[in-house]
Write a protein that binds this ligand. Structure first.
Ligand code: SF4
Ligand code: SF4
Length: 431
């Protein structure tokens, strides 16, 4: 078990029992060319072009980049900068759908007949990125760097952020495909053993997982690990520590300790791309919180958030805020025409907190240090960042911060510690 972290009320019962529902085919989609970590894709369509579902509209521009596909059939009406849920802007392809659902030809394949390189190529061409929120290109993760060796594949089924239940529903409804996806990943990375990490608040999934493993033809060893429900259990580094007691070094990656970690929805996307020829054009997200009808929805990438919110009977009004992602690491949204992107795990309507008008001084209670799962000194980093001493933040290993939000959550003085930290990282990267 890892040190630090916090126990949170999970609010998952709001949407946990809602089966995945296919959201309406959008009339218009806004598809950003930068939805992933790395360099933005380059547009390969122009205004006036007709496109079909699954057609490439943005081309990869480097090793750490991703292809972008159209999620509907219809006409490209513009290519302009648009706000992303992350607060940045990205050149985006606007497509008016014709409702015809025309699609590229989908190619069925037997993954057992494919080589590791062929699997990785398919994943790259299908535009798959980490669907747990980080949106790191998956083909890069699958490519084990020279001199490194992957011992284990770890599947993150923790979904440790409160409110979110889309991964839970995927494990419940699509488990056979997920198990197949795990084996495809093991083949691509030449690994013989995989773990699935599940938090104890999803214990009802154990028989579902066991049945699937028992009934399917399994070529690798798959072990289920039940982990305590503690935030941020689903962070890659903490998952590895909890399952294998291995510690990723400061500045290092999971592969440095022989592990590669994937979110369950990413595994499903890999299976569908490799076996069924389906590129990443949709994802499952949870729309919950103060909405009238919380739901788990399968949504086309590029669908405006406003449509989903009104479908779930939610209204953004005075005293409320809308967050994309989980409540701990998510980002507040102000413009409802912002589109769903590959990394959008959830839309959560929450009450606006009463924050002090001015930043309050630290009372030196030490609580932020106790909960920090990365052994950092958030109070000190925050203090230096507040006064622009970013060099000091660097000395205090600010880049090891995973932005989990535990420090801000626990701080009795309501100091915006994660915001200070994000600001320090931004300034230091610009240096
Ligand atoms: S300093 Fe970073 S890693 Fe530590 S609790 Fe705060 S947000 Fe989490
Ligand atoms: S929790 Fe807040 S008040 Fe307490 S030491 Fe940390 S920054 Fe200071």
């Amino acid at each position: 078990m890892f040190k630090g972290g916090i126990k949170l009320l999970d609010f998952k019962s709001l949407s946990k029992n809602e089966p995945i529902e296919e959201f309406e085919y959008p009339e218009k989609v806004i598809i950003p060319l930068s939805q992933h970590t790395g360099s933005p894709a380059k547009p390969v369509v122009k205004k006036g072009d007709y496109v079909v579902e699954g057609q490439i509209i943005g081309e990869i521009t480097g090793f750490i980049s991703s292809y972008i596909h159209s999620s509907v059939s219809g006409k490209v009406i513009d290519i302009i900068p648009w706000d992303l849920p992350t607060g940045r802007k990205s050149l985006s392809v606007i497509i008016e759908s014709d409702g015809e659902r025309k699609s590229i030809e989908k190619k069925e394949r037997n993954w057992l007949a494919l080589s590791s390189e062929e699997i990785i190529d398919i994943v790259r061409e299908s535009g798959i990125v980490g669907l747990g929120g980080a949106a790191f290109p998956t083909h890069v993760k699958l490519t084990v760097p020279p001199g490194k060796k992957a011992d284990f594949v770890i599947i993150n089924g923790c979904e440790c952020e409160p409110f979110l239940t889309c991964d839970y529903r995927i494990l419940k409804e699509c488990i056979d495909e997920v198990i197949e996806g795990i084996q495809i990943i093991c083949k691509a990375t030449n690994v013989k053993k995989a773990f699935i990490g599940i938090e104890s608040n999803k214990i009802d999934l154990i028989p579902v997982l066991n049945n699937s493993i028992k009934n399917l033809k399994i070529y690798v060893e798959i072990e289920i690990k039940i982990l305590p429900t503690k935030y941020p259990q689903g962070s890659e580094k903490h998952l590895i520590k909890s399952i294998l007691n291995r510690e990723v070094p400061s500045g290092g990656l999971p592969i440095d300790v022989g592990c590669i970690v994937f979110n369950v929805q990413t595994v499903l996307a890999i299976k569908r791309a490799v076996c069924n020829g389906i590129p990443l054009t949709e994802r499952v997200l949870t729309c919950t919180g103060l909405v009238g009808t919380p739901k788990n929805l399968k949504v086309k990438i590029g669908t405006p958030i406003s449509k989903i919110l009104s479908y779930c009977n939610g209204e953004l009004k005075y005293g409320r805020k809308l967050v994309t992602g989980g409540p701990m690491m998510g980002i507040q949204i102000y413009d409802l025409e912002t589109p769903v992107i590959k990394g959008t795990t959830g839309l959560i309507l929450l009450p606006e907190e009463d924050l002090p008008e001015e930043i309050q001084p630290c009372i030196r209670c030490g609580k932020c240090i106790e909960v920090c799962p990365m052994f950092l000194l958030p109070s000190e980093i925050g203090r230096y960042a507040e006064f622009g001493r970013f060099d000091k933040c660097e000395n205090l290993n600010v880049f090891d911060c995973i932005e989990c939000g535990c420090c801000s959550y626990i701080c009795p003085a309501k100091r915006p510690l994660v915001d200070f930290i994000k600001c320090a990282k931004f300034k230091l990267r610009k240096k």
